[in-house]
Design a protein. Structure first.
Length: 180
């Protein structure tokens, strides 16, 4: 799987404490994209789904979030990663620039492995209605067996949050969303 970045623990990328994987590669080029460095298919590095999960202390996280780039552009690898996460009893959230209805026909087996999905392209000028969505058109959907169980987008339980991590090397990672 082509990876851009891994964050070992986060509370800004889905419910509970989560491990986060940003995949490399996306051709949507959404205006104002928060993660432009993940757009090129030439960047990042290769890791197997097994290697990715070994990056996390599974005793410290409740779930796995896969963002991007566009995770569904690496559908087979995404399916393997989510299968391993499910075997480790992690709940899963996947961000996609595609809407759920576009994903159902070709990616249903992957959707069956998702507990949550944030769907839709990022729209810079549309304020988010949800803690984890980047823009107002995106939905926070709870899935069960690949089908939408609940639309949690406007739930009062999910206000916006963000985190800033400064590593010993000086690398800075900002994740989550802050209303401007």
């Amino acid at each position: 799987m082509r990876i851009n970045t891994i964050l070992k623990e986060s509370i800004s990328n889905g419910p509970g404490k989560r491990g986060v994987v940003w995949v490399q590669g996306c051709d949507k080029a959404c205006k104002g994209c928060f993660n432009q460095e993940a757009q090129s298919y030439c960047g990042g590095y290769e890791m197997s789904p097994e290697e990715i999960l070994k990056e996390f202390d599974l005793n410290k996280i409740d779930g796995l979030t896969v963002s991007g780039g566009e995770p569904f552009d690496q559908g087979e690898e995404l399916k393997k990663l989510l299968t391993l996460a499910e075997e480790k009893h992690l709940n899963t959230l996947v961000y996609s620039g595609y809407v759920y209805e576009q994903l159902v026909s070709n990616n249903f087996e992957v959707l069956r492995l998702c507990n949550y999905i944030i769907d839709g392209p990022y729209m810079k000028d549309s304020p988010s209605k949800c803690r984890w969505a980047g823009s107002g058109n995106q939905r926070f959907l709870q899935l069960k067996d690949g089908y939408i169980e609940k639309n949690l987008t406007e739930s009062e339980d999910y206000s916006q949050t963000a985190e800033i991590f400064i590593e010993e090397t000086g690398n800075i990672t900002i994740t989550g969303f802050i209303e401007a």
